[in-house]
Design a protein around this ligand. Structure first.
Ligand code: C2E
Ligand code: CA
Ligand code: CA
Length: 933
């Protein structure tokens, strides 16, 4: 790929997007796209249309900001923008739904899209989507487990009921679900809702993401649907979402104010500013100093800013640092701290705003038997230490620096710390020890302020959203800085990418929907960049670096979700992601799908393998549930194509999957050559398999030394690859479910071969040609039909044919297999069991399957060669077992006279092997003429 100097042209689409965005926002009235649309609109403009609006106060409430309700925006859309003649019907949602079924309502403003409703209604593209919650105004629920044994009230005909049932089922929770007409009456109990705000709950749990809400229209109006979708697209989806978020905010604010006591309300009224102090030590997890503008940014500043804004008070940021004595600092009102028993004596805490990890740090290769643990005096870590360790193992230090010194000098062997910035992973083993909740802390005498802020946080602030947003902002900044740095290296291409990035960032900024931003860049569960970023990364080759392309895929992860529920699955992913973030540069680790991660890792191969191999010492949940992953690794070069790099890594990953448990495969040169060959073979197999043909290996009667049959063995000969043996292509064909093409081709050629020999009078006595049929072919419904068709086509009796099956039939539906075998036997065909060995379960199959012949695997002869005595015992026992069942025996792989003599003496009926005849084409040697070998 050559670089296009005119890099601005790359930005053109983005700029155009901007223009479109703004133009559409400011034009009035819907402009039909073409003549057809114009006609459709005209047609409907002449009709009376009834618009059903939900009369819940949430939809009717007018915003103080623009004096509009959500319903007003709907009316505006249909009446004003589309210019339709709509009459409005306001009612409860369920009544509207009934009325739409009775043709009294044509359009329902806001309805959850659902398969069941599709018969009677059509849905617009989505208008809005949110989550579903179980909430309560009277009871406290914090986790799914709190729903155990409870009654949960659900609005009648609520689509989300199914969501709830599924989630409860998956989490092994038994609750009683009760359908009621009016949820408001039950809001002190537990209720299911997609819009918790309107119930002003005190607590709740999120059940799942909701499906999409859309505009529902009756089938008769279907021509209007594309027009409604266009209207949503160009303008009204944004307007509706904007209105919904306005109303939500206002309701939240009202809920907040009404939750304040009189005393709190008047305190808040007089409150002018709050002084907040940041603890420097926590930097990076909770906040950071921006490299772009030097401001302090991140989760804490964002939360603080929002608190200040929503409470209407000024927030001053102080930076005293923190020591336990620091609490005496008069001017500080709020600290960001973890709650400890010690601190609770003079501080009062809000609920948790964030959890930060505490790590256990050890010098590499320390002996942990006699561990001495260190922590900083008065810190949360020291409190954790006291709960986990025996007291005389603990040493407390007054400063962080002295603690690190003690670790390095061996005075302590383990250190608990939330700050690992100064510690290099090369020297230390760092692993997560515990998560530590962080809160806002106030002086005891400021309890009133704490209570107000706590209420503010619980009523007004979507903590999860703020946190995710802050994380995205940081990663944007990192990305920007990264491209900026490279720019200094005079790489022109970066400039355009930086520009695109900047444009992207500012484009995102004007999108008010935060969830959209979230989706765009970072996956909230893993906090790793997602597939979108990865694709971006692939196209921006500038960021390409040397290193290893690594693909990680969990083994049997679906089972975890199925057996333990998605919550556990999510926790496992979160834990593993954290492990990735901690050990590698998180900018280059991408979560591609549910349980699949891609990474570009600039470390040594052995180091990478070591880190990954050690995953279960960090990921306790994975260890607990016995979850492993498979990994594919490919060495990428600076200029390589990233898509290709990952293609090879992916192939290697699939190879690794074949081994159970944690495993990895490195796509080295040999592997890739092999894979390329495999691809070429697959290409042949996917075609008409003209290149596939049979060779025949004679089968000899050991009593008479006469050829009494042959086995047809497949070969594949290609112009580019030369001769390909079954070892290479049979497995591949089975894997891709195309083995029947080979089996049928060989069967047909074999039958045609018999016909030709018969025509030439070359078959005089007994003769059977055996064909290998894979179990996969056996599972096909057309097997018997195809074989009898070929026999018919060439007018060959089934008595010339033998079909070889292997013990892998054990793995399938035996009833079906036996049915088909009997059908083949009806045609005169005989069945033999191939690859019979000593130690296998195959012996159990003998009485079950309708067999005539058993073929002894070459490995039995190998046994005989290794130990004549043992081999003879095994052979003779097996022979007597099989003779008792009245079956004939063929010994395969005879290579020496000694073997032949032994088999003859043992009473084996037939033999096959290089000694008696190699597999060859008929033309090469007339091996199949009846005669003596
Ligand atoms: P198999 O059915 O056990 O076939 C016998 C294999 O042993 C053949 O290998 C044959 O060439 C080899 N062989 C014969 N005599 C000797 C000997 O004295 N010493 C040694 N070392 N080997 C001997 P081939 O042709 O490479 O086939 C390998 C396997 O591929 C077959 O094992 C069979 O499982 C499969 N296969 C071959 N053709 C077909 C086919 O048309 N359909 C299906 N489904 N599988 C096939
Ligand atoms: Ca065979
Ligand atoms: Ca065999």
């Amino acid at each position: 790929m050559k670089f296009n100097k005119n890099s601005y042209s790359k930005n053109l689409p983005v700029i155009t997007l901007f223009f479109l965005f703004f133009t559409f926002s400011f034009c009035d009235g819907y402009i039909p796209k073409d003549e057809d649309e114009r006609e459709t609109i005209e047609r409907f403009r002449g009709k009376k249309i009834t618009l059903g609006l939900n009369n819940r106060s949430f939809y009717e409430k007018r915003s103080k900001y623009n004096n509009k309700s959500i319903n007003d925006v709907f009316i505006e859309l249909f009446n004003g923008y589309l210019g339709l003649d709509v009459s409005v019907k306001r009612d409860s949602f369920s009544t509207l739904l009934n009325k739409s079924e009775d043709d009294e309502v044509d359009i329902i403003s806001f309805i959850t899209e659902h398969e069941k409703r599709r018969g009677s209604l059509l849905f617009s593209s989505s208008v809005y989507s949110d989550a579903v919650y179980v909430v309560s105004s009277g009871k406290k629920i914090y986790s799914m487990e709190d729903l155990q044994g409870e009654k949960i009230y659900v609005a009648s005909r609520d689509i989300y009921r199914k969501f709830l049932e599924r989630v409860l089922f998956n989490s092994n929770i038994q609750s009683e679900i009760i359908e009621v007409d009016n949820l408001d009456r039950y809001k002190d109990e537990l209720i299911l809702t997609g819009n918790p705000l309107i119930f002003n709950p005190v607590s709740g749990v999120k059940i799942s993401n909701s499906s999409k809400s859309a505009i529902g229209i009756r089938n008769e109006l279907k021509d209007l649907l594309p027009i409604i979708n266009n209207a949503l697209e160009s303008r009204y989806r944004d307007l509706l979402n904007h209105q919904i978020s306005l109303i939500k905010k206002e309701i939240a604010l009202e809920n907040f104010y009404s939750s304040l006591t009189e005393e709190e309300a008047s305190y808040l009224k007089d409150l002018k500013y709050i002084n907040i102090n940041y603890n420097k030590e926590l930097e990076s997890d909770l906040y950071y100093r921006s490299k772009l503008d030097g401001d302090i940014k991140g989760i804490v500043p964002d939360i603080v800013e929002i608190i200040g804004r929503t409470l209407g008070v000024k927030v001053n940021e102080l930076n005293y640092g923190y020591s336990e004595e620091g609490t005496k600092e008069e001017s500080v009102d709020v600290y960001i701290l973890s709650k400890t028993m010690e601190r609770s004596k003079y501080l009062t805490f809000t609920d948790t705003i964030y959890n930060i990890p505490v790590y256990s740090v050890m010098l590499k290769n320390t002996d942990h038997d006699n561990c001495i643990v260190g922590a900083v005096k008065g810190s949360v870590e020291s409190e954790i230490v006291e709960t986990y360790y025996i007291y005389d193992n603990v040493k407390i230090y007054s400063t962080y620096d002295s603690l690190v010194d003690a670790l390095n000098s061996g005075e302590v062997t383990e250190v608990l710390s939330k700050n690992t910035n100064l510690l290099s992973e090369k020297t230390y083993d760092i692993s997560l020890f515990e998560k530590m909740p962080v809160s806002l802390a106030f002086k005891i005498e400021d309890e009133l302020l704490r209570s107000i802020v706590d209420k503010g946080i619980s009523k007004l602030i979507l903590l999860e959203g703020v946190i995710n947003n802050s994380i995205i902002e940081k990663s944007n900044e990192d990305l920007y800085i990264l491209s900026e740095k490279n720019y200094k290296k005079r790489n022109v291409r970066i400039y355009s990418i930086g520009l695109i990035l900047l444009l992207l960032v500012s484009f995102i900024k004007i999108m008010s929907d935060r969830r959209y931003r979230l989706k765009l860049l970072k996956d909230p569960l893993s906090q790793l960049p997602n597939r979108v970023v990865f694709n971006e990364f692939c196209t921006n080759k500038s960021k390409s670096s040397e290193g290893y392309a690594v693909i990680i895929d969990f083994d049997n992860f679906k089972e975890i979700n199925d057996n333990y529920g998605h919550e556990v699955g999510d926790k496992i992913i979160a834990e593993f992601s954290e492990y990735l973030r901690k050990n590698f540069d998180a900018k280059f680790i991408f979560r591609i799908s549910g349980d699949e991660f891609y990474g570009v890792i600039d470390r040594g191969l052995q180091e990478i393998v070591d880190i990954f191999g050690n995953y279960d010492s960090f990921c306790s949940l994975m260890k607990k549930h016995g979850i492993s992953f498979s990994m594919g690794i490919y060495r990428k070069l600076l200029d390589s194509c990233i898509k290709d790099d990952f293609k090879y890594a992916d192939m290697a990953m699939f190879e690794a999957k074949k081994i159970s448990g944690f495993s990895y495969k490195i796509a080295d040169e040999e592997f890739i050559t092999g894979k390329k060959r495999e691809e070429q073979i697959l290409e042949i197999l996917n075609g008409e398999v003209r290149e596939v043909y049979p060779v025949f290996q004679p089968k000899v009667d050991l009593d008479t030394n006469e050829v009494v049959g042959a086995e047809a063995l497949a070969r594949c000969s290609s112009d580019t690859l030369g001769m390909i043996y079954p070892l290479e292509f049979i497995g591949l064909a089975e894997k891709y479910n195309i083995i029947h093409k080979i089996d049928y081709k060989i069967a047909r050629e074999s039958i045609r071969f018999i016909r030709e020999r018969l025509d030439n009078n070359e078959i005089k006595g007994e003769f059977r040609l055996s064909i290998n049929i894979s179990v996969k072919t056996f599972k096909r419904s057309d097997l018997v039909e195809v074989i009898s068709e070929y026999l018919e086509e060439y007018q060959v009796s089934g008595e010339y044919i033998e079909i070889e099956i292997t013990e892998s039939v054990l793995m399938s539906d035996m009833k079906d297999i036996i049915y088909k075998l009997n059908k083949l036997i009806e045609l005169g065909i005989q069945i033999s069991l191939d690859d019979f060995t000593a130690g296998h379960s195959a012996a159990g199959l003998l009485p079950i399957l309708p067999l005539s012949i058993v073929k002894f695997d070459k490995s039995l002869l190998d046994l005989f060669n290794k130990s004549e005595k043992k081999g003879k015992i095994v052979y003779l026992n097996l022979i007597s077992l099989i003779k008792d069942l009245n079956l004939k025996i063929v010994a395969e792989g005879i290579e020496s006279i000694k073997e032949l003599e032994f088999l003859k003496d043992s009473g084996v009926d037939y033999g096959q092997g290089y000694l008696l005849g190699r597999p060859e084409t008929y033309k090469d040697r007339k091996i199949l003429e009846i005669g003596t070998v």
